[in-house]
Design a protein around this ligand. Structure first.
Ligand SMILES: *Cc1c(COP(=O)(O)O)cnc(C)c1O
Length: 392
């Protein structure tokens, strides 16, 4: 075993795929101390700067005083606290959905709902660039599982026409590594036409797009009749932790009955739920922060494109710079780090082969000066990326 592991680790290193953890020695915010070095970070998912927000911190502390730290049990045993329940009701109201249940993580919400819903004889169709947790849910489910080409709804329809089975179509709302958005209008039409359910994981949309930050579903004017399963996470725009599934009461009731990652895990700490409730209140009123994000994004896009870099067709705070090879992505990331900037390289297998990238993400708490610093560094390093064919 040990010898095999050593060989596998060496192979990872040789292929520039070796993953390392950086040690964060300050709170999550654009100015960070990492491995004893001061860096400006462009890689967190804390889009609205709520992870270190005084009101959210205070809610967490008060929540711990009131409820203790650990939830003590799973939701079904006796860990379902009032704070969880209130958060579920407030999320349902915010999203305009009949019912919401909390999960401990988005990974579990995705695998857990796919498993519970997709029985043998049913069929699951996913965008091939969906988040790993959605793909893992599909790979390990009893249903037949097919991936359609990214955002290619004609391809999806061809697949749906092949067989007549109970089906569910699954997509990211905003794609986590690409920042582009699913066309939920078309997807819901295609799904409806073939009697399929539509599940949307809007981990990067909720809090960021749509009226009051209600996410991609609201942005497209849709609701629980069109998107029967809506997943959101609180580790991103909420700046806290945890996740949820929204849908009909029959859906959430079924998850309580049949979803093993819901049943067999400890409920998240109630103080975290209290912090998320305060985040939700801030998100509803965060139009100014969302406008700031759009401003940072569009200035970045204009200037970086004029330097000759390739960007993805992204409409979100996730702005990948496409560089192709894993080596280039790592070298560019290291060069930026020497200039005091943290931008992580994302490599296969997280993204498809030859689509390694620097995943730049913006937070409303970035200053214009911090963006200037990033733009200046990219300008100085622009020779590092070859002018290859546009990535498809
Ligand atoms: C982060 C993320 C998840 C996982 O959520 P966690 O709460 O971090 O487990 C699921 N889906 C998407 C699209 C994500 O970006």
């Amino acid at each position: 075993m040990l010898k095999d592991l050593k060989l596998r680790l060496d192979k990872q290193k040789d292929a520039s795929l070796y993953r390392r953890r950086r040690l964060l020695q300050s709170p999550q915010s654009p100015s960070q101390v990492i491995n004893n070095q001061k860096l400006v970070s462009f890689c967190s998912n804390d889009y609205l700067g709520l992870a270190n927000h005084p009101q959210v911190i205070e809610a967490f502390i008060q929540g711990a005083r009131k409820h203790g730290v650990g939830s003590g049990a799973s939701h079904l045993v006796n860990g379902h606290h009032q704070a969880h329940h209130s958060l579920e009701e407030e999320l349902a109201d915010f999203l305009g959905y009949p019912s919401v249940i909390l999960y401990s993580t988005g990974y579990m919400a995705n695998t857990g709902s796919i498993h519970a819903l997709m029985e043998k004889g049913s069929r699951l169709l996913e965008d091939r660039l969906n988040h790993a947790s959605l793909l893992d849910g599909g790979l390990s489910s009893a249903a037949s599982f097919t991936r359609y080409r990214h955002l290619d709804y004609d391809h999806l329809e061809q697949l749906l026409l092949k067989e007549n089975k109970p089906s569910m179509v699954v997509t990211d709302g905003v794609f986590s590594m690409d920042g582009d958005q699913a066309d939920l209008q078309t997807l819901s039409k295609v799904s409806k036409k073939h009697g399929a359910w539509l599940m949307v994981d809007d981990a990067h949309g909720i809090g960021i797009c749509g009226p009051q930050g209600r996410g991609s579903v609201a942005q497209f004017g849709l609701d629980s009749d069109a998107v029967q399963v809506l997943v959101g996470t609180m580790g991103k725009a909420f700046g806290t932790f945890g996740a949820f599934v929204a849908g009909s009461t029959e859906l959430t009731d079924s998850l309580v009955q049949f979803s093993r990652p819901y049943i067999y895990t400890t409920a998240l700490p109630p103080a975290i739920a209290e912090a998320s409730r305060v985040s939700l209140g801030l998100i509803r009123q965060a139009d100014d922060l969302r406008n700031r994000l759009v401003g940072l994004q569009s200035r970045f896009r204009t200037e970086v494109l004029s330097m000759g870099f390739q960007l993805w067709n992204s409409v979100s705070p996730i702005q990948p710079i496409m560089v192709g090879s894993s080596e280039t992505a790592i070298q560019l990331s290291a060069a930026l780090e020497q200039k005091g900037l943290l931008v992580t390289a994302i490599r296969p297998p997280t993204v498809p082969a030859n689509s390694a990238r620097l995943r730049v993400t913006f937070s409303a708490s970035h200053t214009e000066e911090q963006l200037d610093q990033l733009l200046q560094a990219l300008f100085e390093l622009r020779h590092m990326v070859e002018k290859n064919e546009p990535y498809q």
